[in-house]
Design a protein. Structure first.
Length: 255
């Protein structure tokens, strides 16, 4: 699962600090972008808009590299449902492949992107060696209890799904370490994350969250929290100290 800007965007951000060879460098960067990641969009319109935003970024960098293009970078990222890095190409099982598989026990990564479903397909329960489950840009609002039976599941992505609430029915889960619920319409950090006893990385960026809840202190193994691009105010930061928490990203809030 992608936990930051796509490689091409990060490289372009680095490039803005370099004033020479812009013309050649930018052309090479944009034309070779597909070498870095396989990009999945919700629609052709989003793909076209993404190309337009990337062209605008390149033009801005060419004409005035000191300008801040952060909003454009963020817009470009939000248009991509999933960017699969080159070293992971071919490792994801998509929806149709999942339904056809006669050896679900060999599946380790599942990507169900931009599918009109509201429940996690029951076929997932047969993927007993699953490590990563990405159900981004679907309409899934519930994490069922049977997911606990997947002892190897470490990463779950439910980003860009436009959900307002997420219900965790797991009881206690001891395998999930990485949870991405970015780019939704959440107004609160889901309290159900406290049932993820091994959670180390939580991405809730790009939502409508206004405060850091006190129950975050109960996430004793949480190492990194991304709350960027929300609506958190300075006086709403009341999270207690956490012995393992090493980083909180609060950029682009109302601080």
């Amino acid at each position: 699962m992608s936990r930051g800007l796509p490689v091409s965007l990060m490289l372009m951000k680095m490039l803005k600090f370099t004033r020479f060879y812009f013309g050649v460098a930018l052309v090479i960067l944009i034309s070779s972008d597909n070498l870095f990641a396989q990009r999945i969009f919700r629609s052709k319109a989003d793909s076209v808009e993404h190309q337009a935003v990337m062209r605008q970024i390149s033009e801005n960098l060419r004409t005035n590299p000191e300008n801040d293009n952060e909003d454009l970078y963020r817009r470009a990222e939000s248009l991509i449902v999933k960017a699969i890095p080159v070293h992971k190409r071919g490792t994801y099982t998509f929806y149709r492949e999942l339904l056809r598989s006669d050896r679900p026990d060999t599946i380790t990564r599942v990507g169900l992107y931009n599918i009109n479903i509201t429940e996690i397909p029951p076929e997932i329960a047969k993927c007993t060696n699953l490590i990563e489950l990405d159900i981004s840009a679907c309409r899934i609002k519930r994490i069922p209890e049977w997911l606990n039976k997947l002892d190897h599941l470490e990463t779950v992505g439910i980003g860009k799904s436009q959900v307002k609430k997420l219900k965790f029915e797991l009881g206690e889960n001891h395998s999930i370490k990485f949870l991405d619920v970015s780019h939704n319409n959440l107004k609160k950090v889901p309290k159900g994350i406290t049932t993820l006893k091994s959670l180390e990385y939580l991405n809730v960026s790009g939502n409508r969250i206004r405060r850091l809840p006190k129950f975050l202190r109960d996430c004793s193994r949480l190492f990194y929290l991304n709350l960027s691009y929300n609506r958190v105010k300075r006086n709403a930061i009341k999270v207690s100290s956490n012995p393992n928490l090493r980083g909180i990203n609060l950029s682009h809030n109302k601080l």
